[in-house]
Design a binder for this molecule. Structure first.
Ligand SMILES: O=C(O)CCC(=O)C(=O)O
Ligand SMILES: [Fe+2]
Length: 343
């Protein structure tokens, strides 16, 4: 417990002091640029090793009809290995002392708000090729909705039961996308995500028994639901897939899997001796609201493209003050989460 506090304190000391200047790439200019906070981490105009991707009409159709897209590699090998090294160092610091074969997937496999800790992850999350793709797939106004590491290190035999991501954080409109950037090759034995193509067409399935689920995610979401099971005090979605098996998404490191927010999927245990590491980011329409919260408040996330009708979104993590508040609040949550795990 005390060791865990010390460890977290060490993590907090590493938190960046101020928001980085977004310095969007050409073609991603915001119409009303936010005030530029003190620069940290980025050199405007510097190449970040991104490999741009142009979304095609066929991609759009595939996402609409099948509910997913697999993009080619979006990072040069050097950029990928620098990203990997950076996020792994944060993972190691936060998770040190935990046995990843213990605890639930939510406890062992997640590190929320990685963009607060890693400037490389922030770079990809806010300015990477997936952001441009989101303009074509979501629309002209896009915000960052979630960033986290979802790591399955060797020995992590916990899988994730069938769910759709908008069951965990019900956002409206239903254009939100989950994007999974593979840092390792994903193969059959190291914990692929398995999809049920077309399942997104069922829409926002009711998860409704009056129970309450406390999300492990950064936003502390609460939702009600019938397709839940209890896991270490948390309620976790477990949908009935009948006899159907998901299709494993095999990926090369650097590729990105994009999923519709209603896509049903599982994530399999890592039975290999290799890691399976993912940077998981969610993107939403800039005006997307949290349908699971009273009054449907806007989801807070940095505005990346276009405009928003919500001033609180316009400011979020775009001013030094907002960035500092957001980082501090998330750090407190992270500390409580990891400390609870050590108790
Ligand atoms: O395997 C993964 O990284 C994704 C797990 C998942 O489905 C989720 O975090 O929503
Ligand atoms: Fe998921």
């Amino acid at each position: 417990m005390e060791a865990s506090r010390r460890r977290l304190r060490a993590v907090l000391e590493h938190l960046p002091a101020a928001s980085p200047t977004p310095a969007p790439e050409a073609g991603l200019q915001r119409e009303q640029p936010a005030p530029a906070p003190a620069a940290e981490g980025f050199v405007p105009g510097e190449s970040h090793g991104f490999i741009p991707y142009s979304v095609t009409e066929a991609d759009r159709r595939q996402l609409a009809e099948q509910g997913f897209l697999l993009l080619p590699r979006i990072l040069e090998p050097q950029a990928l290995s620098e990203l990997l090294e950076d996020v792994q160092s944060h993972w190691d610091r936060v998770k040190a002392g935990h046995d990843n074969s213990e605890g639930t997937w939510l406890q062992a496999g997640l590190l929320p708000n990685i963009h607060h800790l890693s400037s490389r992850a922030r770079d990809v999350y806010w300015r990477g090729p997936v952001v441009s793709a989101c303009r074509e797939l979501i629309g002209p106004n896009v915000k960052a909705a979630t960033s986290q590491l979802t790591f399955k290190m060797p020995g992590m035999h916990q899988g994730v039961d069938a769910h759709f991501d908008n069951g965990y954080g019900h956002l409206q409109p239903y254009s939100t996308l989950s994007t999974l950037l593979a840092l390792d090759d994903v193969e059959l034995d190291n914990g692929p995500v398995c999809l049920f193509p077309g399942s997104h067409l069922a829409g926002q399935r009711p998860l409704d028994d009056g129970g309450e689920y406390q999300s492990s995610a950064s936003n502390g979401a609460k939702v009600a639901g019938e397709n839940f099971k209890e896991e270490a005090g948390a309620r976790v979605i477990k949908m009935d897939t009948g006899d159907e098996e998901g299709v494993p998404m095999l990926m090369k490191a650097g590729q990105v899997l994009i999923m519709h927010c209603h896509m049903m999927h599982t994530s399999e245990p890592n039975l290999s001796s290799r890691p399976r590491r993912i940077v998981f980011c969610r993107y939403a329409d800039a005006d997307a609201v949290e349908a699971y919260n009273e009054g449907h408040p806007p989801r807070l996330g940095r505005l990346l493209l276009g405009r928003t009708r919500f001033p609180e979104v316009e400011r979020f993590e775009a001013t030094e003050e907002s960035w500092a508040e957001s980082v501090a609040a998330a750090a407190r949550q992270l500390e409580a989460r990891e400390a609870a795990r050590s108790d």
